[in-house]
Write a protein that binds this ligand. Sequence first.
Ligand code: PMP
Length: 361
Amino acid sequence: MASLSDLPIRDDLRGQHPYGAPQQPVRYALNVNENTHPIPEGVARHIVESLARAVLTVNRYPDREFTELREELARYLGHEMTPEQIWAANGSNEIIQQTLQAFGGPGRSVLGFPPSYSMHPIIAAGTGTRWLMAERDADYAISPETAVAAIEAQRPDLVFFCAPNNPTGTPVALETIEAAYEASDGIVFVDEAYAEFMPAGAPSALTLLPGRERLLVSRTMSKAFAFAGARLGYLAADPAVTDALRLVRLPYHLSAFTQAASVAALQHAPEMLAMVDDIAGQRDRLLAELPKLGFRAFDSWANFVLFDGVDDPHATFLALLERDILIRDVGLPGALRVTAGTAAETSYFLEALAELGPGGA
Ligand code: PMP
């Protein structure tokens, strides 16, 4: 059998690793920050009806401009967003990829602030974009001064923020994004995959869009919206940005089924998002309980919590797996990340972790 190194693969992909969240059938899957609540049955029925209608015309290509979906997404986002400002793709991963295809690529660079979403450097590699890194401040924050200093030192073509940040849960202040925009003449990309879990009233980078044509804000239906399996990510930006993305997208990239299911789900946004407050409550419970078990939990605005003080993260990861709980070893020293799920899931996780203790035995 041939191995990867036997293939005439691009030199810049040799030695790279694919996205690696383990996939394992477990009872308590708290590893990839999904909404663990199933979608309401009434909404499911409406989605199926929409899919049934879509299948009758599936001999034809879908709407290449996904017009109805963009209208629904604009309505959902609010902030006086127009459909012309919206773009969508198969997950926000594809949004990131199309952004780098259009604005990055060979000879260009993108700056990130690790630890952050592990796919950012992987998609950079896949698109031939040079990956640059800058350090964060204490507790994973990024001050305006830190962002500006990194941009001035490295002059990237794109800057990536993740707000709130995966895997730490840390918010990014709007002042930091504004300052980064001023300091750069490239694209500033804010990955807001977890925005719906932010505290009520916390402003999104969407509020910064007017007058900033190089600012891109991405969102996803995979997290709060409980729609990870459908694969729908989207972006809000100046209409010129969506014109740029049309140059790199594949024609008809959003299938008729993706469009039909997403439109139907968005028409039930309040029901789809009904569990968000509960989930944020479980996150706050994790933030309160983990220190009582001897761990340090990092303040989180997302639906997960990073905690450290674990003697051997991999051993604890495996011991939890033996108890049918899958969480995430994100490769940070002494740390693990857990998704906030239902109250029952959180209880089960906390009880198992209490039994194991920081030693993990
Ligand atoms: N951005 C961040 C910060 C994420 O954590 C994730 C998923 N883990 C994504 C983007 C991608 O999500 P999707 O492609 O499902 O929209």
